[in-house]
Design a protein around this ligand. Structure first.
Ligand SMILES: [Zn+2]
Ligand SMILES: [Zn+2]
Ligand SMILES: [Zn+2]
Length: 145
């Protein structure tokens, strides 16, 4: 029987940049390495298993071994997220390849030019452009005498 946390250390203590004191650690209390550098991967549960704590991860899996958690976590680091603020794809789900992301981001990228000659405006959607065209240029041309 092995009681790892017999000295009353809180198990889910968040460790943010706290410098651990190696000398204060019991030398052979646990075979796993210090939890300090693993806190970014996941949290250790009551029963000693690990869970992913990646912000947008909805995996309920728990991992007995840290290396399994690490394997799972790699999926997140591979994910690429939309770089447009406010896009649901920028937080909830990402893309596994740059190609996928580029295709998605093209939706945000304004690539439609205004039909009015010399107008520098760019639009991501045709109807936006037409709307702008009507509002700005047709008015202008009407005002012109
Ligand atoms: Zn995860
Ligand atoms: Zn997006
Ligand atoms: Zn225009």
């Amino acid at each position: 029987m092995q009681t790892v946390y017999s000295h009353g250390q809180p198990r889910l203590r968040p460790v943010w940049g706290e410098s651990p004191q190696p000398s204060s650690r019991p030398p052979s209390a646990s075979p796993t390495p210090a939890t300090t550098d693993l806190s970014y991967l996941g949290a250790q549960m009551e029963d000693g298993t690990w869970r992913c704590t990646f912000p947008s991860c909805n995996s309920k899996n728990s991992y007995e071994r840290v290396c399994d958690l690490r394997k799972h976590y790699k999926r997140h680091s591979r994910h690429l997220f939309c770089r447009h603020n406010g896009c649901p794809k920028s937080i909830s789900s990402g893309f596994s390849s740059r190609k996928d992301r580029a295709r998605h981001e093209a939706r945000h990228n304004p690539t439609i030019t205004c039909e009015w000659e010399g107008c520098p405006r760019l639009f991501s959607r045709m109807d936006n452009m037409r709307d702008h065209y009507r509002r700005v240029h047709q008015k202008q041309s009407r005002a012109r005498k």
